[in-house]
Design a protein around this ligand. Sequence first.
Ligand code: BG6
Length: 487
Amino acid sequence: SGSHTADLVVFGGTGDLSMRKLIPALYHSDRDGRLSPETRVIAMSRGGLTDADFRGKVDAEVRDQVPIDDPAVWQRFLGRLHHVSVDVGDHGKDADRSGWGALTRLLAGHEQRDRVFYLASPPRTFGPFCRGVDEAGLVTPRSRVVLEKPLGNDLPSAQRINDEVGAIFGEHQIFRIDHYLGKETVQNLLVLRFANAFLEPIWNSLWIDHVQITAAETVGTPGRRGYYDHAGALRDMVQNHLLQLLTLTAMEPPARNDREAIRDEKVKVLQALRPITGTEADRFTVRGQYVEAGGMPGYLDEPASTPTTEASRRVETFTAIRAEVKNWRWAGVPFYLRTGKRMPHRRSEIVVQFKDVPHSIFPGGAPNRLVLRLQPEEGIELHIMAKEPGAGEVTLKPVPMSLSFGKTFTARVPEAYERLLTDVLAGNPTLFMRRDEVEAAWRWIDPILAAWESSAELPEPYPAGTTGPAGAHELLGRSGRAWHEEE
Ligand code: BG6
């Protein structure tokens, strides 16, 4: 088998993330022979389930999400699953002491195994959970803790969580998830940049006009308003996923493919971001909120378990930002970031737009573009100018040289969570965010949040199913640029 025997304790183990992402990813690992025979998955929740109940739930809810070619492998996987009931109160007092007792009994005698505490629960439970396992004496030298997002709501709350978790676990034991880092194209970005000779010499402000990073989703936020009203697109997507993509695009070549070397370079990019404060937010940022259109409800009309409030009216479901990395390589190159719900297509991509040729001898022509597509279909496209076949005048046409991972490689493209869980079990934190990275990201986000909060204006409405409010198009349009799909 591929890895050490581990006990993986998933707090929030019957929740949405666990049932949709973690359990399927673990099954794939098992099926591919990457879990050692004795490795166990111990879900913790308030549910009061027995092991058999939990296995039944997984059998009912996950079976249809995954390919089962050998029923014996599925049974073997179900046999790894356990459930422990626990209720961790918000104030660090667990309502049900017996939960820790049950976990302690289950883990007793297995101190030599890797022990992973995976916190797939709201961040206010991170501190209490860590204190709980610590007081129960369950933290061994071979223990790790995995933190799901959101890691705080702003810089002070992120620091508080990091302090609370850091009081129990060393930084080398803490794995902060950003699932975008587990996506194949994202890892390929480093290979593309640093395992090929031709790109790096032109990867700078001399040759690149601007960069666009888009994460567009078609989904709205049905049933999520309780969370989303207080998050919004900036906290939910930009602080983590989009800034991670920006750092990997902009970072300097590290000297080694090593966890600290890579993360050191990423932090430097975040520290070089030009702050956007006060009234600058009006010029460099755009907020939008979708309204009813095309048979789709507006944000305020989405089904929710909480009533709409002032926070609902003020929250952005779309944002676009013109960022700048103030260093030698990137000075003067805008990095446009954009993300939104209820857009026309599910599409995430990094678009690097090169400058025009210095001197054009043909009519027409358009600058080269490199498109790194994260989804739907992972791939890389380089748009080059070509001559349209014909005996008459030379006519230029942009054509894509394209690499589709699905067509080029026969191996299945793993889900982000599979890669990340494999790395957690192997103890490799390269694709996880270090404390200083998370805090540097918040340090840049906080002034934008503050500017928005003090603004009298509401987000610009955009009809559901469209590419965002007019302001997003003006953000580029006023310097003669356009978002990638607008041609
Ligand atoms: C999550 C956000 O982190 O990422 C969600 O909380 C969002 O709001 C999701 O839908 C998008 O992930 P993906 O992998 O579908 O692009």
